[in-house]
Design a protein around this ligand. Structure first.
Ligand code: SF4
Length: 331
């Protein structure tokens, strides 16, 4: 049976009956236990912020053990600020997109220096933190402070576009996400919507037959997918094998173990016959604040290393530019 409500254009958010029905149906259908995540039982804003930064572009199965290890060692921003970027990068092993680790260290430092160690609770203050973009800021507001904001990640963006049969512009998608939030119930609503996108309204082959909101979904899997190129919905990632990203990942993995001499750079990055490429990509890693060069050796920033002269040095901590944490971070 097809949907009983088919639209061809923008769905007015004045259609409150349909919106009320959507919210009610999603919440009634949601079972929190279907996707148990350790940070759902807490409201500590630092621990929530860490979970959100780790979850960007990384599978949840890899995030959970990393998050548990990380927060056991770094339960608050002050503990990270006292440590080195190198230690944060070491704990980031397995998550990829290592620049997020540098941002997290900068983020913790700024929280300590500017906000007296407490994660701020306003959109502007959160978005001023390194690596925190609109998605992460709203996620912290909704999941830690239970503020009534709509969390627009790629899953939610996909649902909104499909349910409304509309390819949204960024400002419209966020406005739509905010407008749907039931007053005083933002935590549950956003979690439920994220789960619907993660488990049912998935990118490829959405499970419309099993979807609770199919009856009034404008798209329901028929025809061109309006979620393609809709705001908040991420594009497919470029091929990893053979990419600069793969070489960067190899170098960071090696640096977690020990410094890498310049002569070993190309081999370490998987391009033994292309020294120029290796040095160019490694220069980008240094620019991003993920490595320093000491005595012709690459080291993680802030790591204690033995120089060729035999003395113990601590590498300087590079400053990395703030980026929108919701965007692809190449590393
Ligand atoms: S799974 Fe299908 S029916 Fe449900 S919201 Fe997505 S497109 Fe609509």
């Amino acid at each position: 049976m097809g949907p009983d409500f088919v639209l061809t254009g923008f769905v007015s958010n004045l259609d409150t009956n349909r919106d009320d029905w959507l919210v009610r149906t999603v919440l009634e259908d949601w079972n929190e236990a279907d996707r148990p995540l350790p940070w759902r039982s807490i409201r500590d804003p630092w621990l929530i912020l860490v979970s959100e930064l780790m979850s960007q572009q990384t599978q949840m199965a890899r995030v959970v053990p990393s998050w548990e290890r990380f927060v056991a060692e770094f339960p608050d921003p002050a503990s990270v600020a006292r440590s080195t970027p190198a230690r944060v990068v070491e704990l980031w092993a397995g998550l990829g997109y290592n620049r997020r680790a540098i941002h997290l260290h900068q983020c913790a430092t700024m929280i300590v220096e500017v906000h007296r160690g407490a994660v701020p609770d306003t959109l502007d203050d959160l978005m001023a933190l390194p690596g925190v973009g609109p998605y992460t800021a709203r996620a912290v507001m909704a999941f830690a402070f239970e503020s009534d904001v709509g969390v627009l990640d790629t899953n939610v963006g996909r649902i909104l576009a499909r349910f409304d049969g509309t390819t949204y512009a960024p400002v419209d998608a966020q406005r739509r996400a905010d407008a749907l939030v039931p007053a005083g119930d933002a935590w549950r609503w956003n979690q439920a919507l994220l789960d619907l996108g993660a488990g049912t309204c998935v990118k490829r082959a959405p499970k419309c037959e099993a979807c609770a909101v199919r009856a009034r979904c404008a798209w329901a899997g028929e025809g061109a997918d309006p979620a393609i190129r809709s705001a908040g919905v991420s594009a497919s990632q470029s091929r990893f094998v053979g990419s600069d990203r793969q070489g960067r990942g190899r170098l960071i993995s090696a640096l977690r173990e020990h410094p890498i001499h310049r002569n070993d750079l190309a081999k370490t990055m998987g391009w033994p016959d292309d020294v120029d490429r290796a040095e160019a990509v490694a220069a980008g890693i240094v620019r991003d604040g993920l490595a320093n060069i000491i005595d012709d050796r690459y080291v993680l920033p802030g790591s204690a290393v033995t120089g060729e002269t035999g003395h113990i040095v601590r590498s300087v901590q590079n400053v990395c530019p703030s980026v929108d944490g919701n965007k692809a971070i190449s590393c």
